[in-house]
Design a protein around this ligand. Structure first.
Ligand SMILES: [Fe+2]
Length: 425
């Protein structure tokens, strides 16, 4: 096994000391609390003690993330001081960092450029500022409101991650948090969000589009699996940053149109560790967000990477992001490979949910996706075009299609045909 012995990691795993365990993953933590003036609070801090109004009503729960907007609201309501909760590292050996460190040494032998500056010229990034996005590609049949939010999110993300490629501290967590609140959250409650997402062009800046897509899909999954609102915000943030390590990979490798060599493939696989280490340098980010970067390629049966941990050691947020990541990677246009249809992606999710991906997350996702299949305009593998008119009871990925010449094709019975392309009516 390439990586260090997993039993070493497992032996160090234990319950959180204060019994308020929020992280079921590898890294367990203890909290310390400190009282601060509201004027000294910065976005990203976590509320350590519930705030109540003068008449004793709950105003804000412990554990809430204090965004700029929340801080301003607290100031407006006259809160002078708040208790802030901070994670502290366990005093036991830093097992995850140790394991990563030992593997980095192995990888550095093979890839000496792995931790070096990655590109000579800065990528073209949007100027600083918030939501006034340019529209380089106009998608067809997508509401203008969705396009505006989506493209704003991509531009803000590109500005921050693009800058991080060259300036280590050029990455503003507050910007990304603001983007979660102002661009992504408004989208996830729209029942048609997945339809629109499928129609957005992704031909340029795949990394940034993919990150925003995974942020939106993960937010939806958080919503559809009944996560509380404050967790959904964190899931979206973790999802947006899940591939931060890829922003540090040389563009000539990241955007290479041909098949990657084994060495390049290994360099790309190293992105989860690089992302974890990169995000760890930023003290504003909670541990759960770091774990999203580290663990989103782990799989429940231990077949994932980088540490090949099993289901019970993978953070719940990383499990959600893994599902969104698989779906978006399959259904997006990339430099190589064919864009899969949602029907094909659902088939894959159904197989992977048996032992690799989280069953409840996949199940909620498949349920929501397939509800919207009826009415899809599609192309079949024999070139015929038509409309999905109803779903097969036992396999919604093989529905009944009425073709343009009026014929009815039951894909459940016509196994030699399949839906190979989505057409937009
Ligand atoms: Fe990744």
């Amino acid at each position: 096994m390439l990586w260090a012995d997993i039993s070493l990691i497992q032996s160090y795993c234990r319950k959180e000391k204060n019994g308020n365990c929020e992280e079921a993953g590898l890294l367990l933590s203890t909290y310390v609390y400190k009282r601060m003036s509201i004027n000294d609070v910065v976005p990203g801090m976590i509320l350590g003690k519930m705030l109540v109004t003068q008449d004793g009503k709950n105003f804000l729960n412990e554990g809430a993330v204090l965004t700029l907007r929340v801080i301003q609201t607290l100031q407006m309501w006259g809160f002078q001081r708040v208790d802030i909760r901070e994670e502290v590292r366990d005093k036991s050996p830093h097992f995850v960092d140790d394991v990563i460190e030992s593997n980095q040494q192995q990888l550095s032998c093979s890839f000496p450029e792995a931790m070096e500056p990655v590109d000579e010229q800065p990528a073209a990034v949007a100027p600083a500022g918030s939501i006034a996005p340019p529209a380089p590609e106009e998608p067809v049949d997508v509401p203008a409101g969705f396009v505006a939010y989506y493209q704003a999110a991509v531009q803000i993300f590109k500005k921050n991650l693009g800058r991080a490629r060259f300036i280590r501290d050029g990455f503003e967590v507050a910007d990304i948090r603001q983007m979660v609140t102002e661009c992504v959250l408004p989208l996830i409650e729209d029942p048609t969000v997945m339809d629109h997402l499928q129609m957005m062009p992704h031909t340029e800046d795949y990394l940034y589009h993919h990150s925003v897509d995974v942020g939106i899909i993960s937010g939806c999954l958080g919503l559809w699996t009944g996560r509380p609102f404050r967790e959904i915000e964190e899931i979206i943030l973790g999802a947006l940053l899940h591939d931060a390590g890829k922003a540090l990979i040389p563009l000539k490798v990241l955007n290479k149109p041909e098949r990657l060599t084994e060495a390049e493939m290994n360099l790309v696989r190293f992105h989860s560790i690089r992302g974890y280490k990169f995000l760890k340098e930023n003290s504003e980010l909670p541990r759960s967000i770091l774990l999203c970067a580290l663990q989103h390629h782990e799989r429940g049966d231990g077949s994932g990477y980088p540490l090949s941990v099993r289901e019970d050691k993978i953070h719940p947020y990383a499990k959600i992001i893994a599902v969104a990541d698989v779906f978006d990677a399959m259904t997006s246009v990339r430099n190589y490979g064919r864009r899969a249809t949602p029907y094909e992606a659902v088939e894959v999710l159904r197989k992977e949910m048996v032992d690799k991906l989280d069953t409840s997350v996949c199940s909620a996702f498949v349920d929501k996706l397939t509800q919207r299949f009826v009415g899809d305009v599609v192309e079949l593998s024999n070139g015929q075009r038509g409309e999905v008119i109803f779903l097969n009871r036992f396999d919604s990925t093989r529905p009944m299609v009425r073709t343009n010449d009026g014929a009815f094709v039951d894909l459940d019975k016509t196994r030699n045909l399949s839906i190979c392309k989505m057409l937009h009516s």
